[in-house]
Design a protein around this ligand. Sequence first.
Ligand SMILES: Nc1nc2c(ncn2[C@@H]2O[C@H](COP(=O)(O)OP(=O)(O)OP(=O)(O)O)[C@@H](O)[C@H]2O)c(=O)[nH]1
Ligand SMILES: [Mg+2]
Length: 351
Amino acid sequence: MKIGILGLPTSGKTTLFNLLTEFYDEPDHAHGGNKPVMRSVKVVDPRLERLRDDYEPQKYTPASLQFLDFPAMSSESSRGGLEDLLAPARELETLIVVLRDFDSPGGAESDPQGDLAEVLGEFIIADLVVVEKRLEKLEERSRKPNFDDDDRREQALLGEISGHLESEKPVSSFPLDDIQRKAISGFGFLSLKPYLAVINSGEGGGNAVEAELSSVAGTEVLSCKALNELEILQLSPEDQAIFLEEYGIQSFSREPIIAAAYQTAGRISFFTAGEKEVRAWTIRDGTVAVDAAGEIHTDIARGFIRAEVVSYEDYIENDGIKGAKEKGQFRLEGKTYVMADGDIVEFRFSV
Ligand SMILES: Nc1nc2c(ncn2[C@@H]2O[C@H](COP(=O)(O)OP(=O)(O)OP(=O)(O)O)[C@@H](O)[C@H]2O)c(=O)[nH]1
Ligand SMILES: [Mg+2]
């Protein structure tokens, strides 16, 4: 899964990017180019670590995530305008919007709420540009004989969406049925994407702003102290404890931010565990067993017989699969079983 990190200038995007991807070599660097920078990170999941400790497998494979650090959202930082700068974000399913909650190096006071409104406003404008370009094309086509019913429907729908965007409302609040949703999916509307707001607090609090923003944003809001955390992570464990206390940081924010990103993206994890390999798999929430099997291998989906499932909670409660089996908490599930987060699964199949 790929997650874009966006925000206004000097909000701490790159610092957060470095924190999330555990990159300590260059604690502070300006974003050079006009394109996002991508880096992968292995997802730390205590549940998977427990399985690793129990099975001592030959191979350990956590899930991985790709983060993209975007250039600042300001017209000066982009030659082709904000639409060009934001274009790579259209392919992503989830975004993190970083909000500055410290006085900027230039001395500007912080206004996370105002900044969020500005970022969301830019998403709306960028989407409007895309819609208008497409409508122009359709208008041209409408004078030609091959203009068909599909084109006509698209034109009508985009006309309505354009009006919605013009009244400064995001596509996410436009009522779409499944067919329409599919019809517009190729545009990658930014104002339709789920996003996670991360308040980057300096030395101050952050929690107050978090609560305040949660009530208005209608989205998940987390806060962190990216710069301090990044510095502290490079210290010895003893020093880490001292400085966490000194800065009033209860715990590092990398794990909760990644967990919230999964939730925002509608993703869950299931695990496979054995002596050969302990591994995490990322699937969409709502995925059925046969499709989850297909994530591992198409043969397993094709020859699917059943899924043998133990929830992580039952695994822990019974001290392993064996104990869960004895307690009857080991379930045999069919193709249409809806996978749950934390399921430990073995697929039975024949090919
Ligand atoms: N005081 C303070 N400074 C911070 C904090 N986070 C980042 N900074 C500083 O703010 C400046 C910008 O940080 P970056 O992480 O580069 O911000 P950015 O959003 O990537 O910046 P651009 O890509 O240039 O828009 C750097 O000098 C950081 O050291 C913070 O929590 N507190
Ligand atoms: Mg940057």
